[in-house]
Design a binder for this molecule. Sequence first.
Ligand SMILES: Cc1cc2nc3c(=O)[nH]c(=O)nc-3n(C[C@H](O)[C@H](O)[C@H](O)COP(=O)(O)OP(=O)(O)OC[C@H]3O[C@@H](n4cnc5c(N)ncnc54)[C@H](O)[C@@H]3O)c2cc1C
Length: 387
Amino acid sequence: MNAPVLETEEHKALRAAVAALGKRYGRTYMTRVVQSEGHPDELWADAAKLGYLGVNLPEEYGGGGGGIAELSIVLEELGAAGSPLLMLVVSPAICGTVIARFGTEAQKREWLPGLADGSRTMAFGITEPDAGSNSHRITTTARRDGDDWILTGRKVFISGVDIADATLIVGRTEDARTGKLKPCLFIVPRDAPGFTRNRIDMELQAPEKQFELVLEDVRLPSDALVGDEDAGLLQLFAGLNPERIMTAAFSLGMARFALARAVEYAKERTVWKQPIGGHQAIAHPLAQSHIEIELARLMMQKAARLYDDGDDMGAGEAANMAKFAAADACVKAVDQAVHTLGGNGLTKEFGLASLIVASRVARIAPVSREMILNFVSHQSLGLPKSY
Ligand SMILES: Cc1cc2nc3c(=O)[nH]c(=O)nc-3n(C[C@H](O)[C@H](O)[C@H](O)COP(=O)(O)OP(=O)(O)OC[C@H]3O[C@@H](n4cnc5c(N)ncnc54)[C@H](O)[C@@H]3O)c2cc1C
């Protein structure tokens, strides 16, 4: 099932081990967590103990010394078991990567060991009410006050802020020479004065919640700025490629979970003389989903390989394509799975209907399918920029 060229024996062993952990929890556990408005703390702690949460972070700071290839395997396999951990996309993948690559030595020592062993988490906030797809329009601004920074602005749809120890906020500082605003990343502790959050009522059934954030003159020490003030965009993109690759892994896990439920059902359910899986109208769309999942995984593996090899530019195109393909494969797999189960597709007992909403997330976030089509039209095909 896995591409032998792209996955080593270690990768396969990691897949099998994470799948075994996922199986111990599965969809029943996640449903219970969501219904009790809780968090998947037990699964998080077990995954941490086994070294999965920080598998991509440097060994010298307590991580596993692997890359996004390994972390994406962890997320995909947990998702395929029905118990994905969305915070893996933000905490170790975006925030851990940005701090490991661009943070100061003090920031690395302060944050990476905790992110790696799961005892601390970090959320990531870039989206604003007037800057979703167009992140060039963000207005959250940092100004100097002596050695401190004062941060002001608003964010929306930021996941997991309630459970994260801090949020990596994308703001802008004013270039002293040109007056132009440039993106910069700040670590904002959860309890910083002036930093407030309101939960957004989403239709999603997931333990990770989304929040609107208000930053009202939030005073931060000078070392809250991650990395170099002048390298903002480069640092930001270093975190965004892992985010896209991990979103692909999230989608692939969900797609596999839904497809497996549908196949299982189609083998058993008999309405006429043979199980419904014997009708091509049921079997072919499931077969097509399987193909689409495998193809999307190949692109995800390519993106992860390029990224882990240090090719940020090459990884950018592949990560966007992988996220696009995986999100589409997921939406289709979930839709077909629900349909395969007939009325049972909409019951709580079979637990597939809520995935109809969840499967749409990766088509919108972190970058919508239209923005990826814009990127590919312009960057890959050289067509005129349309936006
Ligand atoms: C569950 C969930 C979790 C999230 N978690 C986080 C998080 O942790 N941190 C964070 O920073 N953000 C998060 N987001 C926000 C997410 O990244 C944004 O929703 C996304 O970037 C899209 O922005 P928007 O919602 O403002 O849509 P808009 O930008 O308003 O776009 C609306 C529609 O218009 C289309 N569109 C826009 N411009 C163009 C164009 N030029 N050409 C063609 N079509 C266009 C889009 O494709 C989309 O279909 C999350 C969102 C969700 C749903």
